[in-house]
Design a protein around this ligand. Structure first.
Ligand code: ZN
Length: 514
């Protein structure tokens, strides 16, 4: 490269390369979305090949020598606070861009392209095997794929330079920069204990009646209701869409194209609705990223934990509150007069917030949920450290479910096979969900201080006020700030489980008369 090339031109070139890579990544995301929504089962093997090619291309785009040289040249200029560079950036945070891209580059450059292709291919096959194994409750059919995914994850963390005993920290770092097993154990350990105690106190109280028992809720009506809620919440159908998948998820295909999915359960209209609200929280985050960051590596969430804080804030703190349901319960009754016509509000609210420790994570109540996550965190940490074998996993899973939640798993379909994450090799992802709960309550407390009477806002369905605050304080920043900085800047405090536990304890003490 010509050494005399001006920093402004270096930045321009780097942004072009970054933009092209983002386009490839999002094209791959479209194929992935299609795989989980509409792809006929016969297309699965070829799709795995297609994804492998695209992911290989995106990887090559990032690790090419030119990116490294441009980053080196720009680091010096950015550090010197080069005036021309800032001016040409037009509101684009140059320093953060270089910092984030360098982190991505240094990680990617250590992974050979053949390894990336092999991983993508194995991932496609593993996911397909998981879908079948889950359907037939057949862990043995999935076990070899899981072994392969664990081995690939271990190799990847080792390539990044993490030592043998700390490989899991390297994987965590992909989802939540700067948090390791030590930090998580310090937060999750006391939380596990407190939640277990609270769960025992609740178990000793009478169970509220389930108002949905023996009801059938027409799927088409459910869908129409979900779409009405989604639109009222502020989801813009010109910038996204809702579809169906086995495991609800959100994916970003472009600045104006965020896809969410849900599933419909005929016996419970709220299961799918809470998935819709949860995924819309993710979508609002993605759609709220500052347009100055568009097409760049900064146009993503700060971390998976911060992402989950947004979905959990909407799903649980807002979506399971009395104030939220004041205007929506009568509307739900309009859709299902025969099923819910005689139900009073309080019984409905109690059904929405019943604590019922069960085997399935995505159906868990707010209290049990974090216990499901801590269980997975402990197991995957041991799997990656080589202290737990795939063969032992189903038995250890059952034992921990019994210990933490008092639940017996009838089979592996509702046990170790229930989640898609390990089939995708996403080890280190699970803690994000529990972190999301913790961050969500920290943000919620700050939001309350600024906006005042949240009950009034929710009863009046003035969701725009909440979007504005979240947008300005969290969403617009994208990846330009790290999670630790965001939580400190917005709340004045570091990560802590205190606000979350206080909220849970208060909510359930009132509900169960503790
Ligand atoms: Zn989520």
């Amino acid at each position: 490269m010509n050494n005399n090339i001006a920093p402004v031109d270096c930045l321009e070139r780097l942004r072009i390369l970054d933009r092209e890579r983002m386009h490839i990544c999002r094209s791959a995301a479209l194929l992935q979305w299609d795989q989980e929504t509409y792809l006929p089962s016969g297309g699965i093997e070829e799709r795995a090949e297609q994804l492998a090619v695209l992911e290989g291309l995106a990887h090559e785009k990032l690790v090419c020598g030119e990116v490294g040289e441009l980053l080196d040249k720009l680091r010096d200029s950015a550090l010197k606070e080069d005036g021309d560079l800032q001016k040409s950036a037009d509101g684009f945070p140059v320093k953060d861009f270089i910092r984030v891209l360098r982190r991505d580059y240094e990680k990617a450059v250590k992974i050979p392209v053949d390894f990336v292709r092999e991983s993508a291919r194995a991932e496609g096959l593993s996911q397909a095997a998981w879908v079948e194994a889950r359907k037939h409750k057949d862990f043995a059919a999935f076990a070899p794929h899981l072994e392969k995914m664990i081995s690939l994850a271990q190799q990847k963390a080792a390539l990044w330079g993490w030592e043998r005993g700390r490989l899991y920290d390297g994987l965590l770092d992909c989802y939540e920069p700067a948090l390791g097993v030590k930090e998580l154990t310090a937060v999750f350990g006391p939380l596990l204990e407190k939640l277990q105690q609270l769960l025992k106190r609740i178990a000793a109280r009478p169970k509220p009646e389930n108002i949905f028992l023996n009801c059938h809720f027409d799927e088409h009506k459910q869908e129409t209701f979900f779409r009405e809620v989604l639109s009222a919440l502020g989801f813009n159908s010109k910038r996204g869409r809702l579809d169906i998948s086995v495991h609800p998820f959100t994916t970003t295909l472009g600045f104006n194209d965020v896809r969410i999915t849900t599933r419909y359960e005929s016996g419970d209209p709220l299961s799918g609705l809470f998935s819709v609200i949860h995924e819309s929280g993710h979508a609002f985050y993605e759609l709220g990223i500052d347009s100055a960051l568009r097409f760049s590596s900064l146009a993503e969430g700060a971390s998976m934990g911060i992402h989950e804080s947004q979905s959990r804030l909407w799903e649980n703190v807002i979506g399971r509150s009395r104030a939220f349901w004041k205007p929506w319960f009568p509307r739900l009754k309009d859709y299902f007069p025969a099923e819910l016509g005689d139900t009073d509000f309080e019984s409905f609210y109690r059904t929405v917030n019943t604590v019922f420790p069960g085997p399935i994570r995505v159906e868990a109540d707010e209290l049990s949920y974090s216990l499901h996550i801590i269980l997975r965190f402990e197991l995957e940490e041991k799997l990656i450290a080589g202290q737990l074998s795939v063969n032992e996993l189903p038995v250890v899973w059952r034992a921990k479910m019994k210990d933490y939640l008092g639940v017996e798993c009838a089979d592996d379909g509702e046990g170790v096979l229930q989640d898609v994450h390990w089939s995708m090799g996403a080890f280190g992802y699970f803690p994000s969900y529990a972190l999301g709960n913790l961050y969500a309550l920290q943000f919620w407390n700050s939001l309350n201080e600024v906006l005042g009477d949240m009950d009034e806002i929710l009863e009046q369905r003035e969701y725009g006020k909440i979007h504005s605050w979240l947008g300005e304080n969290i969403h617009c920043k994208g990846r330009s700030a790290d999670p630790a900085k965001i939580i400190l800047d917005v709340t004045g405090l570091p990560l802590s489980a205190e606000s979350f536990f206080h909220y849970i304890e208060q909510k359930y003490a009132e509900l169960y008369g503790l």
